[in-house]
Structure formats: C-alpha cells, structure tokens
Ligand binder design. Structure first.
Ligand code: N01
Length: 532
C-alpha cells in the first residue's frame, strides 16, 4: 500500500507524541505518515488495559496544552483518570484534529536505513512496505517494549497467562479463580487490589517492594475545573518551568534541619494529598542525601505497618532502597489488600522463583497452583522500543550496537551517527522523570522547529556532533551522580533487564532547566548539532 512512498517525515507510534507531531507537521505543510502497531491511537493507553490502570498525574495537568479550544472543551471526569478515560481523550484528539487519515494502523516498523547519498531514510515495515523520508522520528514511548520475566518454564503453564501491558481488549473476569501475579511495580500495585476483589485466591510474588502512596482519587468538582480552565495559560507556563512538569513550591528546607514532629507533619500532609510530587519534594535533600531520605523511608515504613495487620507481611512490603529511586506508585487500597484472608504475599528475596510449571509457579519453598498467572513485570524501558527497530545510520551503523554500553544521545533528541533521526523523550532527556505530556510537547515543538529551521536555511541534514554528545552524556551522568538514583536496582538504571548496561537513563536536572538548555541550543543555531 505504501510501497515507494516518499514523505518528509516518518513517525513511529501514534501515542501522545506521534499524534501531536503529526498535527504540528501538517500545520507546517510537511508531509508525514505515522506507523502504529496497534489498531487505534493512544500508545501506552491503548496497550495497558489491566484492571485498575490509571495515570498518576492529575488529568487537568496530564493533557495537551497546544490547543486552547481543546483545553476548554474537554471535560475530564476524575482527578486521576482511568485508562479508558485517557484513551477516550486520545481518540477525541485524533478525531478533532483529523489525525487518523495520516496513521497506518496494525503496522510495526521493522527497520530504517540512512542513505547518505540521497540523505533520506528508507523505512521498512513488517508488511514489507517501504517509505522514503527526509526525517525519521521515533515517537515510540519510554515504556512500550514489555518484558516477560526470565523464569524457566514460562510456556509450560496450562492456565491463562497475561501481561499487564498486553491486556485483552474484552477484559478478564477472574471471579472464582486462583490467580498468581508476578511483579509489584506500578502495574502490579494498581491491579492487585482490583484482581483481589474478583479472585478466590490471589498470590503476589514480590521481588522488590514498592513505595506506594494512596492516590485519593475522586471525581473532579466543577469549580476546580472552572478555575483551571480560567488559569490554564499561567498553569502551563508553571508546568514548563517546574522540575517534574507538575508545578509545586520549591522546597527550601532540609529534612535534617527540622524536628521529627515537623517532619512527620510534612510527610503526613504529602501522604494525605495523594500526590507523589508533594512527597518527593517535601524537603530539598530527599533525592540527594541518604540520611534525609532515610527519614522518609522510616516514616513510610510506619505507615505500612499502620495499615497492614500482620507485622511480618508489613515488613516484607517495606522497601529498603531510598524513597523515589525506583518509581514510586500511587494506589487505591494496595496495602489494605494484604489484610484480606485470600491474598498472600510471597517474598521472593527469601524464597526465590524457581520455575513456572504446568500447574502454576514453583519457588524454592513450594509449588503454587493457579488458574491464571498475571505478569506485571514491566518493560525494557527507554531504549527497548528504539533498539527493537533495526535502525542503521551512517555506514550501516546499528543503533542497537552503538548503544551496547548504554544509550548515548545529545539532549535525548538525537544520536551521533544517525542523521535526521529524532527521538521523542529519548534517554538523556527528563522523560520518565516528568509529566510525560509536558515533555512530549516540548520535544515535538523543538523537533518541528529544527526541521523548519533547516528548510528555511536550505539545509538537509542535522546530526549531533560527537563532542556535544559526549559532553551531554557526561552531564547526565554527573547530575545522576549527585542523586541517590543509582543506589536502586531500577528500570531507570536498566537493572530489570539481564545484561542491560547499568546506566541512569533519564536526565535528572529537571524539566525547566532542560527546556532552557534546549531553547539555548536552538537559539545558537542548533549548537552541538552539525547542520549541512
Ligand atoms: O513495571 P516495573 P510496571 N521475577 O518494572 C518484577 C509506569 N507506569 O509495569 O523491582 C520476579 O515497575 C519487578 O521486580 P524488581 C511507571 O513509570 C505508571 O509496574 O525488578 N519479579 C517489579 O516488581 C512504572 O514505573 C503507572 O525486583 C520480577 C515488577 O516486576 C513503569 O510504568 C502505571 C521479575 C515490574 O515493575 C513500569 O511499571 C503503570 C522476575 N524475573 C506503569 N522481573 C501509573 O501512572 C520483573 N519483576 C500509575
């Protein structure tokens, strides 16, 4: 169908990034095609349909800012919208801006090769389509290459097997079933309470406990919607200048300079607010100082013990790594679920997983029999969706091989050796440490401006200079080195994928500082990029 087609830009992925990029390119009169593996728009929110799936950024903030009309007319229902509500929003945006005719669904991009003579990308799909493009933009998301665990015997289980990121569209009814779930990250923490309401028995296999805060989700009130709509421009500015893409007051105090009573009260306020950012920014040194962070860790342990009736289970649920160094979760009744008599926690640090069997899961302790197993085992984050596509830059250079020792980018936008390739929220940008919609819009705007600049100057090619990239990678590492992030075995560090290099992938310098840097680079004629 798309054989021999030629466009200005090929976009991979029709999630929030790909949709907005298509819209912006059209407004610049640039031709583009989006390839999307799913049957509809929405990306993350198309795939992750597991029970209880919600975003943990508030709906009025986790939304596009590019259209004031869209902002004003869209009616969000809940403080933290469910996956169906967010998908509805994505579909609304696709319809409203007539995006679907630019998207080829059910089509995965398999590879892309740079032609240095023609100065174009040849992009191939799994259906053997080939499209030539001046620019290739990977709008593939940071958490889209899902991952099954490395457990022997995965295929041998005779019951039903699910992964949270590939949930059946028709849903799953676990009523009366014995269910096992592996994984206690955000997906596990959100789905466990919901599955527990249906299942006859639910056994949770936990390798590392998560820190989780009650979301305190609720229906939005009309007065708060009205107020936000009246002040959206100011709010959006504040989002863009903030650390996480969510405006909060800058903390001024150290957790160590206040009394225990004051600290407890501050943490309690954050806990009651149902906002992760409020907790993470309660004191200025929680992310950087172990002793400061310990105060939050001990406080949350106390909370877990207050909620969970069995002290041994509460102990098992209490993480030891610094708060915030693995992605914390927002939940609805997570810790309370372990008080239910039919819910059991297996601490895999004490009794490791041995294998999946025909009947269920065997640990070093015993075999558990199940009717269904749910894997909430996460993603090959940030790089997986990029390196799964066979991207070949100059001289046949493979992105996957080039990133063997960890991703190397300039600003998380491009990589040396890969001309006219852009990543939206790539490694080396704030991406997963931020409200994704804020970061997505910033990258899309920057990329479209860069292409427009090239065209205006009669230039064809933009590519990061090696020295600029090396300096940026060093800067990203240096910033990470000031923090406690490297102390945890997180997917930020690639630690959940055996053999993946241990590198802190996102940029921890904050959304506002990062945007300023990107704007400066552009203002200086795309300093650090080679334009030819
Ligand atoms: O994935 P995860 P996720 N044996 O990687 C365990 C975003 N998100 O899908 O920690 C046993 O966090 C693994 O254990 P460990 C959010 O950014 C947001 O839950 O590696 N266990 C871990 O417990 C989030 O962080 C929202 O030791 C194994 C779990 O599986 C990111 O997506 C909702 C194992 C995986 O947790 C990913 O979340 C959902 C093995 N072999 C997701 N392999 C919201 O907005 C892995 N595990 C609320």
């Amino acid at each position: 169908m798309t054989e021999n087609r030629s466009v200005d830009v090929v976009i991979v992925g029709a999630g929030f990034s790909g949709m907005y990029l298509l819209h912006r390119l059209r407004r610049q009169n640039l031709s583009a095609v989006v390839f999307e593996a799913g049957t509809d728009v929405g990306g993350t929110w198309y795939w992750n349909r597991y029970p209880g799936a919600r975003v943990d950024v508030e709906s009025l903030a986790y939304s596009y800012s590019f259209s004031e009309e869209l902002e004003q007319e869209y009616e969000w229902q809940e403080r933290y919208p469910t996956q169906p509500e967010i998908l509805r929003y994505a579909r609304h945006v696709a319809d409203r801006f007539d995006l679907r005719r630019g998207i080829v669904f059910r089509t995965r991009v398999s590879g892309a090769t740079w032609d240095d003579q023609a100065r174009t990308w040849l992009v191939r799909t799994e259906h053997q389509d080939a499209v030539t493009a001046r620019f290739l933009v990977m709008a593939t998301g940071c958490l889209s290459a899902s991952k099954m665990p490395e457990i022997p015997g995965l295929e041998s289980f005779k019951g039903a097997t699910y992964h949270t990121a590939h949930w059946p569209h028709e849903g799953v009814d676990f009523t009366g079933m014995r269910v096992g779930i592996v994984g206690t990250g955000s997906s596990g923490v959100q789905s466990i309470p919901v599955i527990a309401r249906q299942a006859a028995e639910l056994t949770v296999f936990q390798r590392t406990p998560a820190y989780s805060l009650p979301a305190r989700n609720r229906a939005l009130r009309s007065d708060e919607i009205k107020e936000m709509k009246a002040n959206y421009r100011k709010f959006r500015r504040a989002q863009r200048e903030s650390g996480f893409g969510v405006p909060v007051p800058e903390p001024t105090k150290s957790a160590l300079e206040v009394s225990e009573a004051e600290r407890d009260a501050t943490f309690e306020t954050a806990w009651e607010s149902g906002s992760l950012v409020n907790l993470l920014t309660a004191y200025k040194d929680l992310a950087t100082d172990q002793a400061a962070n310990d105060t939050a860790r001990r406080w949350i342990h106390r909370k877990i013990h207050d909620i969970v009736a069995d002290p041994a289970v509460a102990d098992d649920l209490s993480p030891e790594y610094p708060v915030g160094t693995k992605r914390p979760c927002l939940d609805t009744g997570y810790y309370e679920t372990y008080n239910l008599p039919h819910v059991h926690l297996v601490n895999l640090q004490r009794t490791p997983l041995v294998e999946v069997t025909e009947k269920g899961i065997r640990t070093a302790g015993r075999e558990y029999e199940f009717d269904a197993i749910v894997y909430a085992t996460g993603f090959d984050a940030m790089t997986g969706a990029l390196t799964n596509v066979d991207i070949r830059g100059r001289d046949g250079l493979s992105l996957k091989e080039t990133w063997n020792a960890g991703p190397r980018t300039y600003l998380g936008i491009g990589s040396a050796g890969f001309p006219n390739l852009f990543m939206i929220t790539g490694p080396g940008s704030p991406s997963v440490l931020s409200n994704m919609v804020v970061s997505i819009e910033q990258h899309v705007d920057w990329v479209v401006d860069a292409i427009t600049h090239l065209d205006a100057q009669g230039l064809r090619v933009i590519e990061p200079a090696q020295e600029a990239q090396d300096a940026w990678v060093a800067h990203v590492n240096e910033i990470a080195g000031y923090t406690l992030y490297p102390k945890a075995n997180s997917w930020y560090m690639g630690a959940n994928v055996p053999g993946k290099p241990r590198v802190f992938m996102p940029y921890a310098g904050g959304v506002g500082a990062y945007r300023k840097k990107c704007d400066e680079v552009a203002a200086k004629g795309y300093e650090g990029f080679r334009l030819t």
